[in-house]
Design a binder for this molecule. Structure first.
Ligand code: 8YV
Length: 323
């Protein structure tokens, strides 16, 4: 078994106790050649979001590779079709990072319109030359009573809606199909079949759907033009869902008020227009970055591997139809 990145110590210790686990000790993202070397010999691979397990890697996998136990919920880093065709089972770690990711999404929904990081960075740069409070300085925009449009009302989207409702936001959502009536009622959520129509009417848009071939550039340049110039976009899902260059251009030209981004289309590269904009909060893909969350993710990986090696179907098996 090969684990491509360093995981919380307690997880690594447990894996070594249970399995013949090899680690990537220097924790540097692995190159394609290193990944190919690994899949040639191992029975189980434990990758993360920084490992692109595509066709060119999987096509060189050895006959022993039977399980890819992803440390993460999103599996867009893995070519599910090729894995399935080669009889390789793929698992992920859903559920255990839902609340943490929803917390960070809500933090960005609050931080951008209220200029939170901007104010903090400005005060740190002013140091003792700050002249104190003034009536019209650092004014942001109220979020209470505003319209939040959630793209993807799955587990994380629903957890975001619960938090946003408590902050007095009106909940709207776009999905492949409406969620169950009881969930819609609990969240007082309005379903929009047309994403275009929803985008044109929202004050804040939160991307909470998985990255799949169908959601690549879901927020294309054409769709971003539908967004109100006073609206904000938040993304804690995957960068590829938004045309990042178009978003950078439109924020720079004032066609979109701002954005809160934890993920980027070409991670770790970030569009320079986004980096230099005061009305953009950028985070280093840390939405699920809690020690509790990462240990829970590790435990899910261990259960998936153990169940699989015991000859049973692992609890978090990913079926390519799911994505
Ligand atoms: C993970 C994430 O930390 O789970 C996901 O899909 O994006 C993050 O929570 C990352 O994927 C680790 O592989």
């Amino acid at each position: 078994m090969f684990i491509t990145r360093r995981l919380p110590e307690v997880v690594e210790t447990r894996m070594r106790e249970l399995f013949n686990a090899r680690l990537n000790v220097d924790d540097k993202p692995m190159s394609k050649d290193q990944l190919i070397d690994a899949v040639k010999t191992v029975d189980v691979l434990v990758p993360t979001v920084t490992d692109k397990i595509d066709k060119s890697v999987l096509s060189q996998a050895g006959p022993k590779l039977k399980l890819i136990a992803n440390f993460g919920t999103g599996v867009d880093n893995i070519d599910l079709e090729t894995a399935r065709n080669r009889g390789i089972t793929v698992t992920n770690t859903p559920g255990v990072l839902t609340e943490d990711t929803a917390d960070m999404t809500m933090a960005l929904i609050l931080a951008v319109p209220r200029r939170l990081t901007e104010g903090s960075m400005l005060l740190k740069s002013l140091q003792d030359s700050w002249e104190g409070w003034s009536p019209t300085w650092m004014l942001g925009h109220r979020i209470f009573g505003k319209r939040l449009g959630i793209i993807g009302l799955g587990h994380i989207g629903q957890a975001v809606a619960r938090r946003a409702k408590a902050f007095g936001l009106q909940i709207h959502y776009h999905n492949r199909r409406p969620v169950a009536e009881d969930i819609e009622q609990e969240l007082e959520a309005t379903y929009w079949e047309s994403l275009d129509q929803m985008l044109a009417r929202m004050d804040i848009i939160s991307v909470n759907c998985p990255h799949t071939p169908a959601t690549y550039h879901l927020l294309s340049a054409r769709r971003l033009k539908l967004v109100k110039p006073t609206a904000y976009i938040v993304n804690t899902a995957r960068g590829e869902i938004i045309d990042e260059n178009a978003l950078g251009r439109m924020i720079e030209s004032g066609q979109i008020a701002g954005a809160g981004l934890d993920v980027f289309e070409h991670e770790p590269a970030i569009n320079p227009k986004l980096l230099k904009s005061d009305s953009v909060v950028v985070l280093p893909h840390m939405s699920s970055a809690t020690i509790e969350g990462r240990i829970d993710m590790g435990e899910k990986v261990i259960i998936n591997i153990k169940t699989f090696l015991d000859g049973h179907s692992p609890p978090d098996r990913v079926h390519s139809a799911m994505f």
